[in-house]
Design a protein around this ligand. Sequence first.
Ligand code: NAD
Length: 481
Amino acid sequence: MTEQLKMYIGGCWVGSKSGETFATINPATTEPIAYVPRGNASDIDMAVRAAQNAFEASEWRDIVPSERGRLLFKISQLIREQKNELAHLETLDTGKPLAQAQNDVEVAARYFEYYAGVADKILGETIPVRPEILNFTVREPLGVTAHIVPWNYPIQIASRSLAPALATGNTAVIKPAEDTPLTALRLAAICETVGIPPGVVNVVTGYGTEAGAALAAHPNIDHVTFTGSVTTGTFVMKAAAENIKPITLELGGKSPNIVFSDANLNEAAQWVVRSIIQNAGQTCSAGSRLLVERTIHESFVLKVSELMKQLRIGPGIDNSDIGPIISEKQLNRIESFINLAKQEGISVHLGGQRMKDAGNGFFFEPTILDSVSPNSRLAQEEIFGPVLAVLPFDTIEEALSLANSTEYGLVTGIWTSNLDKAHWLANRVRSGQVFINNYGAGGGVEMTFGGYRKSGFGREKGLEALKHYTQVKNIAVKIQI
Ligand code: NAD
């Protein structure tokens, strides 16, 4: 029988209070992998209370910061020790290629390693006021942090926010996506093994509208980190606003690769392909728009499509290049965009079909939509599949205007051998990250990440993230001089 898993609340492995469960499905086969508890508002309430108690208890509150760092370091070590097992589980649950899942697990380990090193370097300031006043600031943890995690990079995104939250002394309630709850539960087990005190880390599995909504609206949380869609992000922000809770939102994008004729075109083409097919296009920072100088438009699109034709599509467990889409719902959504392209008379240069010969799995061909109108929904909305929208441009001013023409602003890739041109654009594009002659800089746990405009606000990764998990207290002491 398929395994029945428990969730982790207050240091105990428990079922949901209602006793209900739901299946998590392998998107490559549509078979259930395991059943997890269907947590709802009362389970969330229990988890938040456990996290509150753990935050007040001296076992966590009074721990020496360097010791807190050591615990985080042990988490990173255990993640690495269990790398193959975790990657295997992530591939079954998300469908992503095994090599990608292994990379995700390594990045998760890196988050804990990176923030382990800063646990005893959360510094305040001394501020000169008057001779008889010693004035200083301390950075304190917020309390209970809520983490609502999407299905595209489950262990990586859970670790991205959990590691800085723990490094700064907070406690946490994690609500993984209903499609992919498995590695968050394993992460909780790792926290338990290394000796994170009970209640400091809690994982409640459940649906977004039940467990997720209850977590975002809980009056006793002190911060929400949400990654997912703009629509859900709006709900989460409204719920947090009711209780005046700070929030970090990462809501995806429609990120452009801007390719000039003077670029290293072979390298640019490889990265254009990689940035849209990684995780079958289900990546918030996917390079889903190609803005290409008109003089090389046809030849460059041909180069990109030749590379795409070589990709192996299949179950992630076979270490294909492109795995399945996460669910039937998402597959239908991608198809609806392709139907729209046909209605708008847009040329489907490559792909555009769900894979009929791939068994029951949710596979979709890598797709190029050529000469998309800048105002089309295909150039504006996040499709979240391996679908590249191509828009040619004549001048650098036009490239800039196209780059900034969506409501999003997460990442921009610029490809040119002229650094003056690259900097001119980098200074003017509205996005949280800009990559010149590369895309992603190899991962970047250390690099500040986050959105402009509807891509969200607040910054994750790097030292910048620490600001969101701490609050500053000013203390003034009168002294005899
Ligand atoms: P979603 O935003 O609804 O789900 C993300 C997380 O939010 C999940 O854990 C979910 O359970 C939870 N959630 C859902 N409804 C909630 C609510 N009312 N209150 C609190 N939490 C809630 O994403 P989705 O519907 O699974 O995917 C739809 C679209 O979202 C995708 O097509 C894509 O465009 C976007 N998306 C973006 C990212 C990203 O990394 N930026 C990740 C996943 C999905």
